[in-house]
Structure formats: structure tokens, C-alpha cells
Ligand binder design. Structure first.
Ligand code: HEC
Length: 136
């Protein structure tokens, strides 16, 4: 798992370089990941209030973010598959927002949520268990 450690270091470097990231201690990857919640909230607000620009902005942030994840950097095949599904669902969401189609955006939003859950079911637990068994 040496390479995975390297990936985390890369993400940590990226985080330190990005502005407005505060001075949190603790798990920076996790903090980084938690931003996804903020973006999905922005998307939901955009859909319900028909603020299509808000949907596009937050969907773009979500999509960019998925490319900086440690697993992506490491080209783990299973992870790549899930991230691809995630990205295409985010793309569908952006397209619906650009078309100003609320119903289609709502449908795409639920598929984005499904891909969050799908990847988490598979990876999140795995990673959590690893981390907690690694620290004495
Ligand atoms: C392709 C896989 C993948 C997708 C898609 C994905 N995540 Fe994650 N997510 C992860 C992994 C792996 C972690 C664990 C990172 C860590 O703890 O270092 C994580 C961590 C998180 C965390 C932090 C959890 C904690 O313990 O605090 C949140 C919150 C989160 N994700 C939300 C989301 C949301 C919301 C979406 C959809 C918009 C999403 N994720 C989509 C893989 C994914």
C-alpha cells in the first residue's frame, strides 16, 4: 500500500496549495471529501429554485474534484469504473441544467446520488477499515 500512501500525500499537497482551505488538522482527505456535501447541497438548491447557474457551478466543482482523488491518481480499476459512472451522471446533470430542464435535472441528480452511494458502498468501508486497523 506504499503507492496509496503516495497518492494521499499528493492529495495533501494539492490541498495545502489550494486557497481557502483553512488550517484544519486531522484527516485532510476526509475534509476534502466532505466538500462534496456542500456541492450537492448547492445542486439541490439550484434544482428546487430553478437556479440553473448554481447547478452548473456546483456540478463542475464536483466533477473536477473527482479527478483529484487518490484512487484516481493511482488508477485503481474498480475505482475508475465507479468514478466514470459518477462523472457521466454529473455530466448529464450539467446538460439538463444548461437546457433549463428541471425534471431532467432532478432525474440526473438522483443518479448522481446513486453513484455516490455506489462508490461508498464499495470503497469507503474498505478504506475506513484499513485506516483503523493500521493505526494502533
Ligand atoms: C468514485 C468513488 C466515490 C464517489 C463517486 C464519491 N465518493 Fe465520497 N468518498 C470516497 C472515498 C474513497 C472516501 C474516503 C476518503 C478518506 O476518508 O480519506 C470518500 C469520502 C467522503 C466523505 C467524507 C466521509 C467522512 O468520513 O467524513 C463524504 C462526506 C463523501 N465522500 C461524500 C460524497 C458525496 C456526497 C458523493 C457524491 C456527490 C461522493 N462522496 C461520491 C469515494 C467516493
Amino acid at each position: 500500500m506504499k503507492t496509496f500512501g503516495l497518492g494521499l500525500v499528493l492529495v495533501a499537497i494539492f490541498l495545502n496549495a489550494s486557497p481557502g482551505n483553512g488550517a484544519e488538522t486531522g484527516n485532510s482527505t476526509r475534509d476534502f471529501m466532505r466538500q462534496k456535501l456542500g456541492y450537492t447541497q448547492g445542486v439541490l438548491e439550484g434544482i428546487t429554485l430553478e437556479k440553473y447557474e448554481l447547478i452548473i457551478t456546483n456540478a463542475t466543482l464536483l466533477r473536477n474534484m473527482s479527478q483529484t482523488n487518490a484512487f484516481y491518481v493511482l488508477k485503481n480499476a474498480e475505482y475508475l469504473q465507479r468514478i466514470t459512472n459518477f462523472q457521466s451522471s454529473v455530466d448529464a446533470l450539467s446538460q439538463a441544467a444548461r437546457a433549463g430542464n428541471q425534471d431532467r435535472a432532478a432525474g440526473a441528480y438522483s443518479r448522481v446520488m446513486q453513484s455516490c452511494i455506489e462508490c461508498h458502498k464499495y470503497f469507503r468501508r474498505d478504506q475506513f477499515v484499513k485506516r483503523h486497523s493500521a493505526t494502533p
